[in-house]
Write a protein that binds this ligand. Sequence first.
Ligand code: 13P
Length: 349
Amino acid sequence: MKSEILQNTIQKLFAKDKGILAADESVGSINKRFEALAIDQTVENRLAFRKTLITTPDLHNYISGVIFHDETFRQEIEAGKTFAQYCEEHNIIPGIKVDEGLTDFPNFPDEKITIGIDSLRVRFEEYFNLGARFCKWRVVVDVKVSSDEIIELNLRNLAIYASLAQEAGIVPIIEPEVMYDGDHTIDECREKMSSVLTHLFGDLALYRVDLKNVILKTAMVLSGKKSIVKAENDEIANDTSHILFSTVPENIGGVVFLSGGQTPTESTLNLSKIMQHGPYKFPITYSYSRALQDPVLEAFSKKTDIEMTQKIFIDRLEMNTLALEGKYTLENETGLSSLVSNVTHSQDL
Ligand code: 13P
């Protein structure tokens, strides 16, 4: 029964040509993005921005699911209707970020562990009743800094989280984010990612997680943002597809990409090139936050009228739809959603 609910969710999330919107930034994280664009950091503005995204006409033609943060999940998008209820009515699956963020760990300076496991079983029950059908847990890996010990601990928790999510009938997105930040080379990134994913799938097997009802959320294989040798798009696509073929089991529910701090056009172009290396044995799509939202947020900050703001969003989604088919090139850009200011928005750290 639970397995059927989970499979049904997976099938819908990976509907052809659709992506998953990550709109689950913590309050601190979205406030940082607001601050950079001089938007007041209020609960009303967070609500208004997310409402702008979710009420975009025809969103369901591009987006199969949205990951929300707890704050949004409890807000009403309109009188008497939660975001989750609105999404269900519009053929979009509501999801929830369930990790409680990153924290330091004694004796491992500069490293982070993800917290929130203890209360998870109770929270899952509540989130299921509130309508959540998939969820996300993110751990971070720094290519040069992360130690084997902390990676192991974080990956173990990802497996525990995935078990508890499936028990509750909620599809787990497992996200071991190998970070773009840093000055590592693409080779160093590929090696780290390969080792992390191999270890992760070992843990999932160990804890008897049902792989067909799991979604992997991964970064692309990139040279670090501060690397002096910047990898080319073809190399990125080649290495990323190699990682998918060599480390991801064929029976996984599916794979989604995060954008990780790449610009909207970079992430769309790389996705398109990765798809050209297919077919893959499992469904693949994108689940971007910044690369989808940045152009929209910029319009929002300028108080652009809502119709135009939502048009910008649709334009970005259309580019990514092309990418899923492996058909996107920079010539496809209309200019509507490709230009964003130089503000670099950092993810929760
Ligand atoms: P970005 O696409 O901005 O990396 O965010 C995706 C995400 O869900 C990170 O946890």
